[in-house]
Design a binder for this molecule. Sequence first.
Ligand code: NAD
Length: 280
Amino acid sequence: MEVEGLSGKCAVVTGGAGVIGSALVKALAAAGSRVAIVDLNGDLARQRASEIAQATGGAVIGVAANVLDKPSLTTAKNEIVMRLGPVDFLVNGAGGNAPKATTIAEFIEEADIAQPDRTFFGLDFEGFEKVFDLNFAGTVLPTQIFAEEMLRRGTGAILNISSMNSFRPLTRIPAYSAAKASINNFTAWLAVHFAPRNVRVNAIAPGFLCTSQNRFLLYDEATGELSDRGKRIINATPMRRFGDPEELCGPALFLLSDAARFVTGTVMPVDGGFNVYSGV
Ligand code: NAD
């Protein structure tokens, strides 16, 4: 993908060994950026880095770090700067939901009142906190570590990964929805704070993607037909299909690139129209 101002730059992608992170790392490397995958799973990060380096001919490295642990991020930053040079772009990609922060029931019916384990009342608060921290603190802390030098140099761009549920919460996942809403607010706040130093902050809000991890939820394994949840998603998506992780790359690269040099503080939905569809 030909995009202005990505070639020769150095990008850090947290959660870069994951499904979306890997797609973004590959696109950045193919556009000529040097890329560091920063991931809790160091072995997978190094494996993905070598696969992507081989496929694109780019400079890609894998570094282990925990986005919730500042000392580990500082160690990762020092290694990255030594091996790839000063960091121009940060993609905050580490995030996700967890079963302990997910209700079984979508709505509380009268019968559910006696069964708190199915509802909001049975949620394990530690699970709630973990999901909130991974998504919110896991964006704030890497930004503190990687953005300071961008401000000193007066150049850089940050891309946060929000979600469709940041605008209108999806049923069953209150912690994840609230955490992604906080990412949108933080993106706006930070964009203002950093603007005088020419460091831009934007986000993408992916809609429903079909990946190897959630295919079993979207399709009936035996028949290959859409599951009930899959059908409801497709019916709520005007483009009538799931997205593909690769389809996030154009918007992501645009927001990081010089083509978006006057764009800051935005959250761009990449969702086949899900967010703007009223259902009627
Ligand atoms: P994924 O689970 O495939 O990848 C997440 C990566 O983050 C993994 O490699 C994991 O090892 C890493 N990670 C987890 N905890 C970490 C930590 N503490 N420190 C460092 N790395 C850590 O997830 P994905 O589907 O690629 O999602 C990436 C981002 O996109 C997340 O923020 C997610 O919330 C968001 N998102 C995903 C979808 C979707 O449909 N997959 C939709 C909207 C938004």
